[in-house]
Design a protein around this ligand. Structure first.
Ligand code: ACO
Length: 401
């Protein structure tokens, strides 16, 4: 028989790095983060400055094109997005086919992939111009898809875009306008939404972005690649954490609000419970986005005059955990999604929609990374493995097994 251990020797050196903890998959110019210092930069600009001074449309441009836009460049970008601010009517039939109980992330992933069928030119792209067109098409239509996914969850009629509004306001109106009610844009809400979307816009080679790059490395079209990223984001260890955090806070509240009990559960190695919204693969000091979001949550609740018990529990949980040896030793700090759910909840967004909001924010990052990968000509992604299965053996007829 074949001695597989010898075969293994012939395949050359393979680094086994489960979870790619120390493996760089690419060279990138988009986002820099320093996990030890708790720093994050988009195209060289500190996240604190971007979150305070910029808006989501400008950040989309920055990530995609590498520079902050001039007024003319921003107008052209906005104009293109408005030009494509519609979705084929047939797409509504796809939404109709889903049960109302379908998870919005599953619906969003399907719709994003289906968009390819109605925009075939977005698939076989080669030049920068073709890639930018595919990017603008997806950005424009994605606001519809995210808003429609939300409407589906609530069983509400699907709204169309309003080109008198900017990107975030347009999404906000499409998602939240109720039938037969005058809709007024609340600037406090759109400011909070802009901030949240900016903070989620890119985070270098995270699970969903790596997925987008991996799928796109086979020269799969942008929309299908992003659809795969949405599926990756859905998981509770990644974007799904924002939903899991609020569910956890509600559970703790219902259980009497004893945060010490839940911190003890999270530390118990015989219990699979983890403190959702705590810990990060790269940030081992603090997540700079969490600080900004915590303040934004405080500001929004104050501006809307909302008192949220979940926020109190979150703050108690953070205090207890940050003083606990288990969390200190393992460098576990609140991440971006520990507080984002509190903002979404204050805006009346249902828990199941939280990860869709994350996807809307992450969209420009996915697209910028996909474009960079294609422009650089990265090879198809194809990791190796270390085989540990059966040695060579002969087939046994079913009668003799
Ligand atoms: N609660 C309790 N213990 C934790 C937690 C937590 N939230 N996170 C990590 N740990 C413990 C682990 O049990 C492990 O302990 P051990 O060394 O005694 O075995 C140690 O800390 C290291 O954890 P790993 O899972 O190995 O760290 P990894 O880098 O693989 O995982 C992750 C990072 C997935 C974020 C993890 O911290 C986690 O599951 N957190 C909760 C889910 C969450 O908030 N995800 C959102 C991530 S941010 C984002 O996607 C936007």
């Amino acid at each position: 028989g074949i001695d597989i251990s010898k075969l293994r020797d012939q395949t050359g050196l393979i680094t086994l790095d489960l979870g790619y903890k120390n493996t760089g998959a690419t060279v990138s110019e988009i986002t820099y983060l320093d996990g030890d210092q708790g720093e994050l930069y988009y195209r060289g600009y500190p996240i604190e400055q971007i979150a305070e001074k910029s808006n989501f449309t400008e950040v989309m441009y920055l990530l995609l094109h590498g520079e902050l836009p001039t007024e003319d460049q921003l107008n052209t970008f906005n104009g293109n997005i408005k030009k494509y601010n519609f979705v084929a009517e047939e797409m509504k039939k796809i939404i109709d086919a889903f049960p109302r109980s379908a998870h919005p992330m599953g619906v969003l992933s399907t719709l994003t992939s289906a968009l390819t069928a109605f925009n075939p030119k977005s698939v076989n792209v080669q030049s920068k111009e073709e890639m930018d067109l595919a990017a603008e098409l997806l950005i424009a239509k994605f606001a519809h898809l995210a808003a429609w996914t939300y409407r589906k969850t609530l069983g509400l009629p699907l709204n169309h875009g309003d080109n008198s509004l900017d990107y975030v306001e347009n999404f906000y109106k499409m998602a939240f306008r109720l039938p037969n009610e005058e809709f007024v844009i609340n600037p406090v809400v759109t400011a909070a939404l802009n901030k949240l979307l900016i903070l989620h816009a890119d985070h270098e080679q995270n699970c969903s972005t790596s997925t987008v790059r991996m799928v796109g490395s086979a020269h799969t079209g942008l929309f299908a690649s992003v659809s795969a990223g949405i599926s990756a984001l859905w998981g509770p260890l990644h974007g799904g954490a924002n939903q899991a955090v609020i569910e956890m806070l509600e559970l703790i509240e219902k259980d009497g609000g004893d945060v010490n009990k839940w911190v003890a559960k999270a530390k118990d190695k015989n219990d699979s419970f983890r403190l959702m919204g705590f810990g990060h693969r790269v940030y081992k000091n603090f997540d700079p986005r969490a600080k900004i979001i915590k303040k934004a949550a405080d500001d929004l609740l104050a501006a809307l005059g909302i008192e949220d018990k979940a926020l109190d529990i979150a703050m108690q949980l953070e205090k207890v955990a940050l003083e606990d040896e288990y969390f200190i030793e393992r460098k576990l700090y609140p991440n971006v999604d520990f507080y984002s759910g509190i903002i979404y909840r204050a805006l009346g967004i249902p828990t199941e929609m939280f990860t869709v909001m994350f996807a809307l924010g992450r969209l420009p990052g996915w697209i910028a990374q996909w474009k960079e990968m294609r422009m650089t000509g990265d090879p198809i992604g194809r990791p190796r493995q270390v085989y540990q299965g059966a040695q060579k053996r002969d087939y046994i007829d079913i009668a003799n097994r």
